[in-house]
Design a protein around this ligand. Structure first.
Ligand SMILES: C[S@@+](CC[C@H](N)C(=O)[O-])C[C@H]1O[C@@H](n2cnc3c(N)ncnc32)[C@H](O)[C@@H]1O
Length: 494
């Protein structure tokens, strides 16, 4: 198998690429078992001519896996035209040498395009000469933020692709290049499933293709075990112009695929009906989440009159106004360190973070009136048991007469028109956020340890009345165990 040869080159070459270049060009190569698995995902086909695209081909692992499947009888094409895009000269030498090894295959034509895939494809689309004839695409695109004003951003805007990362740009352009019925299999970070910034990409993908399958690795970083890749990765299979039906979700612990579990889900479980954000949920069992089973948990934040905002104080922009020790004329500022326990600890004088912010004309617009708020930290560590953990801030946490609060950008704040919530509601929101059911529902659409306001906006909530009742209970039981919270929640929402 030529994939094994390509994999040997990967093991030799990959460690020699400097970490800087690796991250600049997104050079994380696919190990052979993952490449083979991806090639095996394509459904059988009765096409006689296959045109396969590998954009950002690196050392060619994915094309090799695809061609190996064909050569060993896994596809019945009588001819294959392979197109690979790669722009790094160092890798191109290996890529061309590897593809040359298929030279004995007279019914195969290999074309290596030594250009920038994004710039070249956007230009071809703009000039109406993009081929749009690929029947298969197999991709492991580079992962890198697209900067404003960059050549890539300009090229993509010209063809109406609004996205924030190279990987989604690659997939979006590959979709454009597919023939009707063409299949794209791509291994990508999971971040596009829920980030608000990825919404235009989700809309493009879901309108132009049918999502056929997703594969999730149960444990973080197992797809790229030789590289230190911390992003959670997912393999998706899309069909250009296909009618959306059920979606197959497979999971495996790692890239040995020894414990593969395969479940079909109706599309309504993947993208919830009515969800304007079009979040992509990845259920890993047929069982409904606890929240899905509760008809009483069906309200949006708008329905219950609550807003979620990212903490408005961006500290480095207001550096001159921050104080480690509170002083007259200052307001408390709250960072995640102030929410380390179940209740608020403020000030934390031994910390490197400020405890106060001066109230003046430069800062006032970023402050919120003192009151009751439910706060959810935006970042948790991988080791933490829960992704979502909430606290309540109340006026009693601060000296009498405190008028304003600075909520720092690393926290999310539930509020009502930028003011505090009624006390019972603030506690009810915190109790609800701290249930196991919410943590479970969150993990369905997010592979991050990061929790953004947009994520909390897509969740469903119990009615305001139930939340307030939950809050009145929680207010008196702040030391309640996880079990106590879950049982109370069940009893109230059953
Ligand atoms: C994540 S690596 C994957 C390589 C290979 N497909 C694999 O699976 O092993 C992405 C590759 O895309 C290449 N690349 C990055 N930006 C590119 C661009 N704009 N045009 C063409 N290739 C690009 C990088 O040099 C790198 O080899």
């Amino acid at each position: 198998m030529l994939l094994d040869h390509a994999d040997q080159i990967r093991r030799d070459v990959s460690p020699k690429i400097t970490p800087k270049k690796k991250s600049q060009l997104g050079q994380f190569m696919t190990p052979a078992p993952v490449a083979r698995f991806m090639a095996a995902m394509f459904p059988p086909s009765d096409l006689s001519l296959c045109r396969v695209l590998d954009a950002g081909a690196g050392l060619g692992a994915l094309t090799c896996a695809f061609l190996d499947r064909w050569r060993s009888g896994g596809f019945c094409f009588s001819r294959v035209e392979s197109t690979t895009y790669e722009f790094d000269e160092t890798l191109l030498v290996y890529l061309e040498a590897t593809l040359d090894r298929y030279a004995d295959q007279t019914n195969l034509t290999s074309r290596v395009v030594r250009e920038d895939f994004i710039v070249q494809t956007a230009l071809a689309i703009l000039e109406d000469r993009a081929p749009r004839h690929f029947t298969h695409a197999i991709l492991n695109p580079p992962y890198k933020k697209i900067n404003n004003g960059s050549q890539h951003r300009r090229a993509l805007s010209q063809v109406g692709v609004e996205t924030v990362n190279l990987y989604t740009a690659f997939v979006a352009l590959a979709i454009e290049l597919m023939a009707p019925g063409g299949i794209v299999v791509a291994i990508v970070p999971r971040s596009f499933c829920n980030g608000t910034y990825y919404r235009p990409f989700r809309e493009l993908m879901l309108s132009k293709t049918a999502l056929r399958a997703m594969h999730l690795f149960d444990s973080r970083s197992k797809a790229f075990s030789d590289d230190d890749v911390l992003q959670e990765n997912i393999i998706i299979m899309l069909e250009r112009g296909g009618g959306q039906g059920s979606v197959t979700v497979t999971t495996s612990t790692d890239d040995t695929f020894s414990d593969l579990v395969d479940i079909q889900h109706p599309f309504e479980r993947i993208v919830l009906p009515g969800d304007v954000e079009r979040f992509i949920h990845v259920p890993t069992s047929t069982e409904e989440t606890e929240l899905e089973q509760l008809p009483t948990v069906r309200y949006t934040l708008d329905d219950i009159g609550v807003r979620i905002s990212t903490g408005p104080v961006v500290d480095f922009r207001l550096k001159d106004h921050l104080r480690f020790v509170p002083e007259p004329g200052s307001a408390p500022i709250l960072y995640p360190i102030h929410f380390a326990g179940k209740s608020v600890t403020w000030p934390v004088l031994e910390s490197k973070k400020a405890n106060a912010i001066m109230v003046n004309d430069d800062t006032r617009r970023w402050l919120m009136p003192n009151g009751f708020y439910c706060v959810v930290r935006r970042f948790s560590s991988k080791e933490e048991h829960r992704r979502i953990s909430a606290n309540v801030i109340g006026p009693d946490d601060f000296p009498p007469g405190t008028e304003f609060l600075g909520l720092e950008n690393h926290v999310n704040v539930f509020n009502e028109k930028r003011r505090g919530l009624p006390e019972a509601l603030a506690y009810g929101m915190a109790a609800y956020m701290n249930t196991s059911a919410v943590d479970e529902a969150f993990r369905r659409f997010s592979g991050h340890t990061q929790v953004n306001a947009g994520d909390l906006k897509t969740l469903r909530y119990p009615s305001r009345e139930i939340l307030e009742e939950f809050g009145r209970w929680y207010l008196n039981c702040l030391n309640a165990s996880q079990d106590d919270i879950d049982q109370k929640f069940k009893a109230m929402t059953a």
